[in-house]
Design a protein around this ligand. Structure first.
Ligand SMILES: [Zn+2]
Length: 187
C-alpha cells in the first residue's frame, strides 16, 4: 500500500504506514508497533486471549478485512482510499449483524463502543480532541492526526508520509500536521 516495502502479511496488516495509521485512528486506538517481531498468528492469538466479549478481536478483524480490500483496490484497480474510509468500512462490518437490531442489542453495542475506547479518554462535551502518531523506519516517516469528540465519534483525520531524518522529526511533523488540521477545520 505504501510502495516502500515488500508486502508480507505482517506488513500489509500491521506495519505498512497505512495500516499503522488506520489502527491508531480506529476505535481500537491500537499502536501496531507493539507487534514488531510477532507473526500474524501470534498477534491474532493475543487478541483472542483478551478476556471479555471479544470486541477487540472483532474490531481488529474488521480492520484487517477493510485493509485487505483497500490493498486490493489499490493493487488491482489503482484506486486510493482514505484512512477514514478504511475505518468506516471496518466499523460498518463491526456493527453489521442484521438490518434491524432489537433495542436491547443496540444498547449493548453502544456500551461496547465505549468500552473499546477505554484506553483513550474523550474530551469534555463540545470539545474536540486531536491525537497524533508517527512511524519511522529507514528514514521513511509517516504520521497522522485523528479528531474525535466527546461522544467517541470519529470526526476526521489527516495523514502524511515523507522522507525524514529521525523519529523525533516524524513526531514533530505530526504535531505540525495537527496544527494545520486545526486551522483548516476552523477548530
Ligand atoms: Zn506498505
Amino acid at each position: 500500500m505504501c510502495n516502500a516495502a515488500i508486502e508480507d502479511v505482517e506488513h500489509i496488516f500491521f506495519h505498512c504506514p497505512v495500516a499503522v495509521m488506520a489502527f491508531v485512528a480506529s476505535p481500537l486506538g491500537c499502536r501496531t508497533e507493539q507487534y514488531r517481531g510477532l507473526n500474524n498468528k501470534q498477534i491474532i492469538a493475543g487478541w483472542l486471549s483478551e478476556k471479555g466479549n471479544y470486541d477487540g478481536f472483532k474490531m481488529a478483524s474488521c480492520m484487517m478485512w477493510a485493509l485487505w480490500k483497500h490493498r486490493n483496490e489499490k493493487v488491482f484497480n489503482n484506486k486510493e482510499q482514505s484512512i477514514q474510509s478504511i475505518i468506516k468500512e471496518a466499523q460498518f462490518w463491526f456493527n453489521y449483524t442484521s438490518p434491524i437490531l432489537p433495542e436491547e442489542e443496540k444498547h449493548h453495542q453502544s456500551a461496547n463502543t465505549k468500552k473499546l475506547a477505554n484506553k483513550w479518554t474523550p474530551p469534555e462535551t463540545n470539545w474536540t480532541k486531536l491525537n497524533t502518531s508517527a512511524a519511522f523506519k529507514d528514514f521513511q516517516g509517516g504520521w497522522a492526526v485523528v479528531d474525535r469528540n466527546a461522544e467517541f465519534s470519529f470526526i476526521g483525520c489527516g495523514t502524511m508520509a515523507l522522507k525524514v531524518l529521525s523519529p523525533i522529526e516524524a513526531e514533530t511533523r505530526a504535531v505540525l500536521l495537527a496544527a494545520e488540521f486545526a486551522m483548516m477545520s476552523h477548530l
